[in-house]
Ligand binder design. Structure first.
Ligand code: ZN
Length: 182
């Protein structure tokens, strides 16, 4: 048995090459035969997966997550790097999943962005907490329409478009709800 294989699946050159070469699957961490593994070359590094499906699943999960954050940044009209956002969204994701979160944000983009712009916050932290409180408050009762499932996830967003504020009607109402939560 040869166990001295590095984490990234690179075999020391002194070792003979043969069909015993094992690499670690980047998806499920299983040790797999390098000759039959699905290989993805990223720059100078090869990544191995049990099969193409495992790789595709990882990629599509990553794209769904990226898409959610694109929408969130669109609401804020800027990129957020504050870790509290990621922590809060992770918690919501465990319950609702990224697709539902994204659908809700897309449907309520005008409202969400108007709240974030019109209301004054003492800090970015407070603004993020306010935003995630709205999500928490709304997602439980939000159901994704059937047609939404048929809509492909839009992955390439060429530019962040900022939409004009339209919906102010329910603002006071929801602000009141969120205010009570905080
Ligand atoms: Zn695997």
């Amino acid at each position: 048995m040869i166990n001295n294989i590095s984490e990234d699946g690179i075999i020391p050159s002194s070792l003979p090459k043969g069909d015993f070469m094992k690499v670690k699957c980047q998806s499920c961490s299983k040790m797999i035969d390098r000759n039959t593994a699905y290989k993805v070359t990223m720059g100078k590094v090869n990544k191995y997966y049990c099969n193409e499906n495992e790789y595709a699943d990882i990629q599509s999960a990553k794209k769904i997550k990226d898409n959610t954050y694109e929408k969130i940044f669109e609401c804020f009209n800027r990129k957020i790097t504050n870790s509290v956002l990621f922590k809060e969204i992770n918690e919501l994701e465990q319950v609702y999943g990224y697709i539902k979160i994204t659908d809700y944000i897309e449907e309520n983009m005008d409202y969400l962005s108007s709240v974030l712009i019109n209301k004054s916050f003492s800090s970015e932290y407070a603004q993020i907490r306010y935003f995630t409180a709205i999500l928490k408050n709304s997602l439980a009762d939000y159901s994704v329409e059937t047609k939404k499932h048929e809509k492909p996830v839009i992955l390439d967003i060429p530019e962040v478009k900022y939409k004009a504020v339209k919906k102010k009607r329910s603002l006071d109402e929801i602000e009141q709800e969120v205010g009570e939560m905080l």
